[in-house]
Design a protein around this ligand. Structure first.
Ligand code: HEM
Length: 534
C-alpha cells in the first residue's frame, strides 16, 4: 500500500474515514466533501479576484453569516448544567406523576440559571431576579418547572408582562441602561403598579445579588396542583433549597466582581462541576387544600403573595444534583426550551392569571426563537421516554411518520392511540362566572407581605435594602417618581421610608400612596413635590 492509501480506512459499515497528512480527520464541507486548502480563497492567480466557483468559501461564510439566533426576549443571559432528580418517598397519595412514585429513583434533568433583564452579553452580578428553570425528563414526558430565585412576581396578570419587561429593558430611544433597574422607566412603571411592591422589596434585598447559582433558592412561584390516581387535587407550591445554604454578596462586592469578571457565576458553576463539587438542591413542597387556602386574607392564586413557611413548613420530597456540564453551550443551554405548560399527568395548573398567560407565552416565543415548530427534535428538548405521534414536516423536521399512516383513527391498525387511562387528564375543576376583565378583591392588598418581608430581615439586611433603594432612586431623574416610591414605602415601613426620603433630600415625607393608584399619573409637580429639595 502507498502512504496515500494508509490515510483511507473503511469503517465497519463500509464508510470511508479519511485522514490528513498529520493523522487527524480530513476537514470536510457540510456536504461531506474533503477540503484541500482552508487558508486561501480560490483566485485567478495569486493576486487576482476571487472566483464564485469556490463552493467551500461560499458555504463556510454563508454558515457563519447565519450563526446568530434571537436571544431570549427575557432571561437572555443564562448558564446550564445536566444532572438528575432523585425522589425521596412515594407521593402517590398526592400525585400520580410517575417520577414521584418510587423512593430512590433518579430521573435525568437539565437546569438553566439566568438573569432576567440583561442582554446575552451582560454581566452576571447585576441586581436582578435569577431564573431557575428545571427540565426533568420523566417517563411520562418532560416536566418543566420554570421558576425564579424569588418566590413572588411583579405583576398579578400576564397581560402586564410586556409592560414590566419593556420598562426594565433599555429605554427605546437611548438603548440604555443595560441590565440595571436604576432608571426612570422602570421606577415609573413600578411606582404606578402597587402590586409590584412585595417583589420590589425582594429585588432591593441581598437576594438579587447571589454569591453564585449554587447558593440560591428557587421557587415555582405559582400555586400548582398535584392530582392523584383518584383524581383528587392538592394545591402545591414548589421550592428549591440549596444544600450549601443561601449566600449573597454585598453591592460593592458585586460592582467590583462585574468589572473584574463578568462571567463570575458561570465560571463558578463550571469550575465546581468540573472539579466534582456537584451542587445540590432539595425539592420541597408546601401542600394544602382549599379550606387552608380560605384561612388567608390574600388569594393563593395571586403570584405576588407567598405562603409563609412558618405557617406551612416545606416538606422535602427529593433532590436535584448537577453533575455534568453541556458539551456545547449553544446546542444545549441556548437551544433549550422550557415551558410552564410541560407537565406530566399528576401535575396541573391553578387559575393563577400569571401562570395561565405563561402557558401561552413560552411556546409562542420559542416558535420564533428556535425557528419553527420542530425544536422538540433537538436532543436537549426531546423527551427521554418513548414517544409517538403523527406530527410531520415543517422546517428542519428530523422525524416523520414512517409508512402510510399519519392520522388516527385509521383502518390499517397502525400507529399510536389515545389512552383515557394512561393519558393526561386535566383536573375537572368546576368553573363558572361572567366573562369579565376584573381583578378580584382578594388580590387587593399590596403592602402586608412587603412589610412582612422587610421586618423579617436582619438589621444588616435591612440596611442593605435601604442602601439599594437610595442608590437606585438617586439615579432616577424625575422627582415625582422618587416621591411616588417613597409614598409606597410609607405603607411598608415608615422608618425605611424616612431613611430613604431623607437620603434623597426630602424635607418631609409625602402622604402614603393610595393602593388603588391610577395607572397613569400627572408629571406636573404635585404640592408634595414642592417640599423636595431639588
Ligand atoms: C423565560 C421565569 C413570568 C414569558 C423565562 C425563564 C425563566 C422564567 C426562568 C428562562 C428560561 C430559560 O432559562 O430558558 C418566569 C417566572 C415568572 C415568569 C418565574 C413568573 C412567576 C412570565 C410571564 C411571561 C413570561 C408572565 C409572559 C406572559 C417568558 C418568555 C421567556 C421567558 C417569553 C423566554 C423564553 C424563551 O425564549 O425560551 N421565564 N417567567 N414569563 N419567560 Fe418567564
Amino acid at each position: 500500500a502507498t502512504i496515500h492509501d494508509q490515510k483511507l480506512q473503511r469503517g465497519a459499515g463500509g464508510e470511508l474515514h479519511q485522514f490528513a497528512e498529520d493523522g487527524m480527520p480530513v476537514l470536510t464541507t457540510a456536504q461531506g466533501g474533503p477540503v484541500s486548502d482552508d487558508q486561501n480563497t480560490l483566485r485567478v492567480g495569486a493576486r487576482g479576484p476571487a472566483l464564485i466557483d469556490d463552493f467551500h468559501f461560499r458555504e463556510k461564510i454563508f454558515h457563519f453569516d447565519h450563526e446568530r439566533i434571537p436571544e431570549r426576549v427575557v432571561h437572555a443571559r443564562g448558564y446550564g448544567a445536566h444532572g438528575y432528580f432523585e425522589t425521596y418517598e412515594s407521593l402517590a397519595a398526592y400525585t400520580r406523576a410517575d417520577l414521584f412514585q418510587r423512593p430512590g429513583e433518579k430521573t435525568p434533568a437539565f437546569v438553566r440559571f439566568s438573569t432576567v433583564a440583561g442582554s446575552k452579553g451582560s454581566f452576571d452580578l447585576a441586581r436582578d431576579v435569577r431564573g431557575f428553570a428545571v427540565k426533568i425528563y420523566t417517563q411520562q414526558g418532560n416536566w418543566d418547572l420554570v421558576g425564579n430565585n424569588i418566590p413572588v412576581f411583579f405583576i398579578q396578570d400576564a397581560i402586564k408582562f410586556p409592560d414590566v419587561i419593556h420598562s426594565v429593558k433599555p429605554e427605546p430611544d437611548k438603548e440604555f441602561p443595560q441590565a440595571q433597574s436604576a432608571h426612570d422607566n422602570f421606577w415609573d412603571f413600578i411606582t404606578l403598579t402597587p402590586e409590584s411592591m412585595h417583589m420590589i422589596m425582594w429585588v432591593m434585598s441581598d437576594r438579587a445579588i447571589p454569591r453564585s447559582f449554587r447558593f440560591m433558592e428557587g421557587f415555582g412561584v405559582h400555586t400548582f396542583r398535584f392530582v392523584n390516581a383518584a383524581d383528587e387535587s392538592t394545591f402545591v407550591k414548589f421550592h428549591w433549597k440549596p444544600k450549601l445554604g443561601l449566600q449573597s454578596v454585598a453591592w460593592n462586592e458585586a460592582v467590583k466582581i462585574n468589572g473584574a469578571d463578568p462571567d463570575f457565576h458561570r465560571r463558578d458553576l463550571w469550575q465546581s462541576i468540573q472539579s466534582g463539587a456537584f451542587p445540590e438542591w432539595e425539592l420541597c413542597v408546601q401542600l394544602f387544600d382549599q379550606d387552608f387556602a380560605d384561612t388567608f386574607d390574600f388569594d393563593i392564586l395571586d403570584p405576588t403573595k407567598l405562603i409563609p413557611e412558618e405557617i406551612l413548613p416545606v416538606k422535602p420530597i427529593g433532590r436535584l444534583v448537577l453533575d455534568r456540564m453541556p458539551e456545547n453551550f449553544f446546542a444545549e443551554t441556548e437551544q433549550v426550551a422550557f415551558m410552564t405548560q410541560n407537565v406530566p399527568p399528576g401535575i396541573d395548573f391553578s387559575n393563577d392569571p400569571l401562570l395561565q398567560g405563561r402557558n401561552f407565552s413560552y411556546l409562542d416565543t420559542q416558535l420564533k426563537r428556535l425557528g419553527g415548530p420542530n425544536f422538540t427534535h433537538l436532543p436537549i428538548n426531546a423527551p427521554k421516554c418513548p414517544f409517538h405521534n403523527f406530527q410531520q414536516d415543517g422546517h428542519m423536521a428530523m422525524r416523520n411518520p414512517v409508512g402510510r399512516v399519519n392520522y388516527q383513527p385509521n383502518s390499517w391498525n397502525q400507529g399510536p392511540r389515545e389512552s383515557p387511562a394512561q393519558g393526561y387528564r386535566h383536573f375537572p375543576a368546576e368553573e363558572q362566572g361572567p366573562k369579565v376583565r376584573l381583578r378580584p378583591e382578594s388580590f387587593a392588598d399590596h403592602y402586608s407581605q412587603a412589610r412582612q418581608f422587610y421586618i423579617s430581615q436582619t438589621p444588616p439586611e435591612q440596611r442593605h435594602i435601604a442602601a439599594s433603594l437610595i442608590f437606585e432612586l438617586s439615579k432616577v431623574e424625575t422627582p415625582v417618581i422618587r416621591e411616588r416610591m417613597v409614598s409606597h414605602l410609607m405603607n411598608i415601613d415608615e422608618t425605611l421610608a424616612s431613611k430613604v426620603g431623607h437620603a434623597l433630600g426630602f424635607k418631609s415625607m409625602p402622604k402614603p400612596a393610595d393602593a388603588a393608584m391610577p395607572t397613569r399619573q400627572d408629571l406636573e409637580p404635585s404640592p408634595a413635590l414642592s417640599i423636595i429639595e431639588q
